[in-house]
Design a protein around this ligand. Sequence first.
Ligand code: GAL
Length: 427
Amino acid sequence: MTIRPRAAVRRAAAALTALGVLGALAACAPGAEPAASTQSQVEVFTWWASGSEKLASDVLTSAFRRANPEIEFIHGGVAGGAGSAAKDVLASRMANGDPPDSFQVHGGAELAEQIAAGEVSDLTALYADLGLDRALPQVVLDLVSADGIPYAVPTNVHRANLVWSNPSVLADSGIDPLATFATLDEWFVALDRVRASGHTPLVLGAPWTQVHLLEQVLLSRLGPAGYTALWDGSGDSAEVTAAIEDYARLLGYANPDRDALDWSDCADRLDSGEAAFLVMGDWAAQLLRDPIGWQPFPGTDGVDDIVVDGFAQAVGAPDPENARLWLATVAAPDVQIAFADAKGAAPARSDIPSVDLGTYPRRALESLRTDEIVLSLAHGGVTTPQALAELTAVVGRLGRGQASTSEVQESLTAAARAWQPAGPSGS
Ligand code: GAL
């Protein structure tokens, strides 16, 4: 990561440059390097900072550099799946008055919190310039807006409710490698078979991946309407209790060393045959290629549990104009096409013809267009970052035998109360 001078220093340097002071000083000092801070820069803060995610974010970076060769691009990356490490770093930078120009954010409750905190800029003018309000599907536009005002430019839409499988391990366990599991109960039968054959049935990672799995179990057991009702407080709590019990049962099929693994480590284990199944979003498509199989999480066929990724412009961005150039880059149709392929996602824009997309993005787009949509719990869609962090901590403790299922349910209820969706834009 490139070290960037603090915003205040850069602003002072820019002011001095405008006055010709730095130029004069440089001229007085033979052999002195020109101050790096005088160059136009943009810093973009993201957790797409390692492995396949960094490669995908390089697609965006390269497009920006091609379009803006005179601007120094600073990749402010903090690696860690789902922003598990980045979010705290960003929060403390914002609190310390040291915002990047642009930062990655999930559409939905996560962005809504930042809007409420006054941390993100109104992008109405940019949307008008780019015609973006007409280019995005309404569901995506709503998730990046408040009161009809857009605050982030979405890059892509992921699907969270997938299970990936290693066909060799399944065959070795006497399971048809192409088998599909229509319900959680059918899947439990398969998990038992894998265990009986001596393999690890399920690879699980750090607590955020555990919340990701819990989310899928809730969706499977409650159905899309029941799952969505959770977030307005009208969910059936007895069904939730039962679903959390199912989740706790699933932990018994998973690797005990889970807390130290990020999602890419889990993907490696599935790939190398150390486990039969992995529950992970379609960003794993970049690591898990043929012959690895995938299907909707059992009991969620016909549902698209969406995760909207995007970038916002920070209030107080040192280079607001450069931030907007960055946002315009990631909004461009050709960039969204290339990024969807590299990331394993549907593009956020809905005006891109399917024929222009790669194989997986085309399927993801189809799912987005035709499936029933729900919002992700683990990826910022339905609750505040703080409530999600608290839930993640309790779920992690459950996994270590230090919390009960009823504590998880209490935390889930608190997370559901922490944020109420505002409804369609403008309403
Ligand atoms: C999600 C994010 C995805 C991917 C994933 C794993 O929260 O929306 O784009 O980065 O985490 O890191």
